[in-house]
Design a protein around this ligand. Structure first.
Ligand SMILES: [Zn+2]
Length: 294
């Protein structure tokens, strides 16, 4: 078995154990007459290629059976009865409009698309988001992706699709000086609002790269929610600006996807000892940035 597959299987096993322990804990609470609070799991995809449309559609069907879909920026009490999930897409690729949104529209599912505003209508030219050195160019469908144009963004159904900013040029924000970082955060919001005629309240950090100062800049720029790439079960009654998200791929199998949308990958965000163990075995798996451009 190749190392990336082995690593993926280990993550599934840990998540399964996490999910089981949490289910036992919740059952014990219920026996004691108490309930654990509902949390929102926010998923994030990048592109959805034609080859992956069917597997993506199966994931959407699974969500339809077992989850309520809410906007990622939702605030307030969550409905009970099913798991609460939000769907987001980073990079605003054309393949999402072509292959993902029609499948979500079957169930009137909401999603949020994060636009790298300076790249509209173009092939992405930013550094790779994946840290997998083994990813060959030909095997990476993102390399054939194109960012939606202004016209394509404006053709999206505004009642089902929210637009958020993903910066202007898709840089790692914490590596910029303050003035440049502020420009990426503020100007992208203004330009996306002008381009779309919509109010822009969401910001997704490129590569999930952020610190307290970057979050404060988002608040000052008028965003209501900013998103990282750290798996988190979000308390929607909390005024916190920053929300974590769980990475999903259209190719994720049924068990892996089930565990992800049920928040069972949260251990990767909030359990430092477990992450450290994974890193010592598999190397640094923090959201990585390869420096060579697409
Ligand atoms: Zn991105």
């Amino acid at each position: 078995m190749r190392a990336p597959e082995f690593k993926r299987d280990v993550k599934i096993l840990i998540s399964l154990a996490y999910y089981t322990m949490r289910a036992v804990f919740r059952y014990s609470l219920r026996l004691a007459g108490r309930r654990s609070a509902q949390r929102l799991t926010i998923l994030y995809y990048h592109g959805v290629s034609p080859e992956h449309r069917r597997s993506f559609a199966r994931q959407v069907e699974a969500l339809n059976r077992r989850a309520w879909i809410l906007p990622a920026s939702y605030r307030g009490q969550l409905p009970s009865g099913k798991k609460c999930v939000a769907i987001t897409f980073d990079d605003a690729f054309v393949s999402v409009a072509e292959n993902a949104l029609p499948e979500l529209a079957r169930y009137s599912f909401h999603s949020t698309i994060f636009v790298p505003v300076g790249w509209t209508g173009r092939t992405p030219g930013w550094a790779m988001e994946e840290s997998e050195p083994a990813l060959a160019v030909a095997a990476n469908p993102e390399l054939t992706e194109v960012v939606m144009s202004s016209a394509q963004l404006n053709a999206l159904n505004a009642s089902l699709v929210s637009l958020g900013s993903h910066s202007l040029t898709h840089p790692p924000i914490t590596r910029l000086d303050t003035q440049w970082a502020r420009k990426e955060i503020e100007d992208s919001r203004r330009r996306l609002a002008e381009l779309s005629g919509r109010e822009i309240i969401d910001f997704s950090f490129p590569y999930g790269d952020h610190d307290a100062s970057a979050v404060a800049m988002c608040r000052a720029a008028g965003y209501e929610t900013a998103y990282s790439v750290t798996a988190q079960e979000v308390d929607t009654t909390c005024p916190e600006l920053l929300r974590g998200r769980t990475k999903v791929e259209p190719s994720d199998g049924p068990i892996e996807f089930f565990l992800k949308f049920n928040g069972a990958y949260q251990w990767m965000g909030d359990s430092v000892p477990l992450r450290k163990t994974m890193r010592s075995i598999f190397g640094n798996q923090a959201p990585g940035i390869r420096v060579q451009p697409h």
